[in-house]
Design a protein around this ligand. Structure first.
Ligand code: BG6
Length: 506
């Protein structure tokens, strides 16, 4: 793989958690793999007063804590690439100092103007920083390309997303804007494309004729931790479904792209979003369930309820669990329900997509329930990354009893391969100008458009309940009723891909 052009990466929000926990460890990993540009500088920017040395020390701690093993011979040369500049992001004149710092670095290192600005700041600054950069001509591409990476959430609802985009478009072209969704950087999420489009056996079955329903879960075993303030204004629907999980839906549901070119893939993604059947106000109560975790005791430890978390309103209605049912109105998926759920403080951390195939048309053997032995393809995103196919087999002995058995592949079996962190892939792509795994504006707008009626109903209609669920459980029981079909419910995944069951990891 060829290295990216020489460049400078500027990280706004450099004193924040994401920089230390994800961005710097990912860049360090790229350094170890010799994938960083030959001439490369990282400039951390925030309001805190710090010297280069102080910032480097803090980044060294981050690498030590989050990267596991450190290669002593490489860490010093990596840290030497890191600089720091205090900038008040809200103060346009403060950017002059940044412009000077960048110009000095470029001269000293013989780097052209190629620059990435990574916004790892509170979302309220996503409009202002690019605007202030432009006021100081830092969007000007006469001496090299300029790109902006914008963390999620991109907007708060459709209107705010449209406004944010309009503000960005005044000074930046769409091809300079990289809207990051770290789920798209996950190896296993990208593998959805490979599984579908490299194996001839799946594609003929991948449609309404053979698929009964599709289920996508992203469960987390942690609560909101120190992010109560942010989460209170967001909730599970905005935090996970609008971006990460709808992107997974798009990869599962899209038509084969004509090529692996960025726009070929992103065009297909958008078509899926544009085919999402809009929620009708009268159906919302039967199509979406929201919940909030309650205090509970897990393995002898007292767990706080959401409303007791720091930064959270004691009467909060913000959902920490959301489950939705919807349809994709196109030829491939007409009539096939899609179910997506996510929640915090659940029994285990697991993200996966499950394709449930239709049962056989004729009931020949002594299955208790035909759905019990329908085929399922489980695409495990994390942990125990891999793929599992469930199918019916004869139970040994007299008669023709049928049981469901597993055929599974685990990434960990590929012993020579480490699964890179999502940020490694995404940062490297942005450095080489590949936006395939970044969300395009029309896709972001289409997902907000789809969820807007739901967000409005949850905000304005007091009759829509917020169900409590004890921390450490699978969310409100009533969410089980969302799934259509006799005796059907969600899959209750365990940490290990091949296991499932409601009590596997409490
Ligand atoms: C983030 C959300 O985007 O994704 C967090 O803001 C969530 O609330 C996280 O915990 C989950 O990411 P991952 O990679 O741990 O599944």
């Amino acid at each position: 793989m060829s290295k990216p052009d020489n460049q400078i990466l500027v990280i706004f929000g450099a004193s924040g958690d994401l920089t230390r926990r994800k961005l710097i460890p990912a860049l360090y990993s790229l350094e170890i793999q010799d994938l960083l540009p030959d001439k490369f500088a990282i400039v951390g920017v925030s309001r805190t007063q710090m010297t280069d040395v102080e910032f480097r020390n803090s980044m060294r701690d981050g690498v030590q804590k989050y990267s596991g093993d450190i290669d002593k011979s490489k860490i010093s040369s990596f840290l030497e690439k890191i600089y720091y500049q205090k900038v008040d992001a809200e103060e346009a004149s403060s950017y002059r100092i940044l412009a000077e710092k960048l110009s000095d670095l470029r001269k000293a290192m013989h780097i052209s103007g190629n620059t990435i600005f990574y916004l790892s700041t509170p979302p309220s600054l996503y409009g202002l920083i690019p605007q202030n950069l432009a006021k100081n001509y830092l969007n000007n591409q006469y001496d090299g390309w300029k790109r902006v990476i914008i963390e999620k959430p991109f907007g708060y609802d459709l209107q705010s997303a449209v406004e944010l985009n309009a503000s960005l478009e005044k000074d930046w072209h769409e091809d300079q804007l990289y809207r990051i969704d770290h789920y798209l950087g996950k190896e296993t999420v990208q593998n959805v494309l490979v599984t579908r489009f490299t194996n001839g056996i799946f594609e003929p079955l991948w449609n309404r004729n053979y698929v009964h329903h599709v289920e996508i879960t992203a469960a987390e075993s942690i609560g909101v931790e120190k992010r109560g303030g942010y989460y209170e204004g967001s909730g599970a629907l905005r935090d996970m479904i609008q971006n990460h999980l709808l992107q997974v839906v798009a990869l599962i549901a899209m038509e084969p792209p004509t090529s692996m070119q960025s726009d070929a893939i992103r065009n297909e993604t958008v078509k899926v979003f544009q085919s999402l059947r809009p929620f009708k106000e009268s159906e919302i109560i039967n199509s979406a369930i929201r919940g909030q975790y309650l205090a509970s005791r897990i393995k002898g430890e007292e767990i706080k309820g959401y409303r007791e978390e720091t930064g959270v309103d004691p009467d909060s209605k913000t959902e920490t669990y959301a489950a939705i049912k919807f349809y994709i109105d196109n030829w491939r998926w007409g009539g096939v329900p899609f179910y997506v759920r996510t929640g915090k403080q659940m029994p285990t951390r697991v993200s996966e997509a499950v394709i449930h195939f239709k049962p056989t048309p004729h009931y020949l053997f002594s299955q208790k329930d035909r759905f019990d032995t329908s085929n399922q393809l489980v695409i495990r995103i994390q942990p125990d990354e891999g793929i599992l196919l469930k199918f019916g087999m004869k139970t040994p002995g007299a008669g023709f009893d049928v049981q469901n058995v597993n055929m599974d592949f685990h990434y960990s079996d590929l012993s020579h391969q480490r699964i890179p962190d999502a940020y490694e892939r995404l940062l490297l792509d942005s450095m080489t100008g590949d936006s395939t795994l970044y969300a395009r504006n029309d896709a972001v707008m289409a997902t907000w458009k789809f969820l807007d009626p739901l967000l409005k109903a949850w905000k304005n209609d007091p009759s829509v309940p917020v169900y409590g669920y004890p921390a450490g459980t699978w969310g409100p029981e009533t969410a089980d009723d969302l799934i259509e079909g006799p005796g059907m419910t969600w899959r209750y995944p365990c940490k290990n891909l091949a296991d499932d069951g409601i009590y596997c990891e409490l």
